[in-house]
Design a protein around this ligand. Structure first.
Ligand code: 5GP
Length: 190
């Protein structure tokens, strides 16, 4: 679906498609966690739009908390993260659902799950809205997956490019003009 005169070359998921899938994820989570008072844990900032909608799609009691991390350069120390903000609640004995916007290589998530597991939660599962399974470098159990995406850089619905485009209500691939601003138009595929 082309979106001309826009920094987005293709819309991969519309607002309505995302809304329907998030509702279904919320219903599945509510059914699985009924009576367990789960703790939803998200990593700032990419997850905030998804988390806000997912929370309203889960009609059972739960609490929510956030981590903030900074990833070291992928080439320098892949998967190594520095904790900028820790959780405010203890997770010991809690049923924790880790909510992610995107799982790509899985290295960041792998590191975070190991860290959270050391705090002895009663259970720890993952819900990711987007999954790029072809790029996975570590095996990770993902209990809930919203959409599988091709290996393209996408923005919107909370996902950014240099902190921009998080406010788009749909998910789209960035045009080559944005990704390669110096390239001549005839060199650009889309
Ligand atoms: P990985 O799984 O490779 O350790 O890291 C996943 C993280 O990379 C995601 O949480 C997200 O921040 C970022 N990421 C991966 N693919 C994309 C993409 O297509 N668009 C955006 N905006 N971020 C991405």
């Amino acid at each position: 679906m082309p979106a001309s005169a826009s920094p987005i070359s293709d819309i991969l998921l519309t607002e309505a498609q995302i809304r329907r899938r998030v509702s279904a994820l919320g219903a599945a989570i509510a059914a699985d966690y009924a009576g367990l008072d789960p703790l939803l844990v998200g990593v700032l900032r990419g997850v905030i739009v998804f988390m806000a909608d997912l929370m309203r799609a889960i009609p059972i009691p739960f609490t929510v908390d956030f981590l903030a991390i900074s990833s070291y350069g992928a080439q320098v120390r892949p998967g190594q993260v520095r904790l900028l903000k820790d959780l405010e609640s203890s997770i010991e004995g809690r049923h924790v659902l880790f909510v992610e916007d995107m799982v790509d290589t899985g290295l960041t998530l792998h590191t975070l799950l190991r860290m959270l597991n050391e705090r002895r939660p009663a259970s720890l599962h993952v819900c990711t809205l987007f999954d790029k399974p072809r790029l996975r470098l570590v095996k990770l159990p993902l209990r809930y997956v919203g959409f599988e995406l091709p290996d393209r850089y996408v923005v919107g619905y909370g996902l950014d490019y240099h902190q921009q485009y998080r406010n788009l209500p749909f998910v789209g691939a960035l045009s080559a003009q944005v990704l390669l601003p110096g390239a001549a138009p005839e060199d650009l595929a889309s």
